[in-house]
Design a protein around this ligand. Sequence first.
Ligand SMILES: [Zn+2]
Length: 240
Amino acid sequence: MSKIDKRYFLFGAQITTPFIAIWALLYYGFSVWLLASLVVFFLMRCVGSVITYHRVLGHRTHIMHPVVEAICTAFGFFGSLSSPIEFCASHTNHHKFVDTEKDPHPVKYLGWKVMFPIFWNESGPDGGDIRTVVRLRRNKIAYFFHRYHWMLLPLPLLLLLISVKVFMFFYLIPLALTLWSLSLSTLNHDKNGPKDMGTLYGILTAGEHKHVWHHTNPYDTSGEGWLDTVASLIAKRNTK
Ligand SMILES: [Zn+2]
């Protein structure tokens, strides 16, 4: 599959999943099942994407036990619908070329469009920093999810064998939340660079609110408030 396919695929998922999620909520009603959706959202977005993809695989802030890493990478994968290698390679370029035209998602140049990967610059979802690609291709877990991206993505559909309701509340609704949380997390920059965001933004993006600290200290989460606590509960701080 070419890179353009993945960008359009992500865009399609971003646009369609909220409508399906709203239909499910109206059809099945707002009930205690929503708690399951919020738990899965936390696992896919905070644990999978913010901590595992971004901090552990991307910035090597922590080291995970291989079993924990495999589970957490899976959360990141099924929540972002993206290869961990492509995610991190693109993100490395965000740090390297931050707020320039080479930044994959510069708010300064793209405005609100940064929320949609189809508008990202060349080093977007399938491009990125080659050293990061080489490093993560040596990581068997990350490479597995990269190599079998398209084969693995439909696996959550197996939940339909249990029931449509289970599929909706345990996957589709949390997926819609995760994809839009990811979109929202591109907005913690303005024309002056990275900026710190408030508590609500921190909750909605599952921990991407201390962005000035993050850009100043990308290899250290100790200044990132509650995110550092959660990360340190599931992984060991990398002191190398
Ligand atoms: Zn980063």
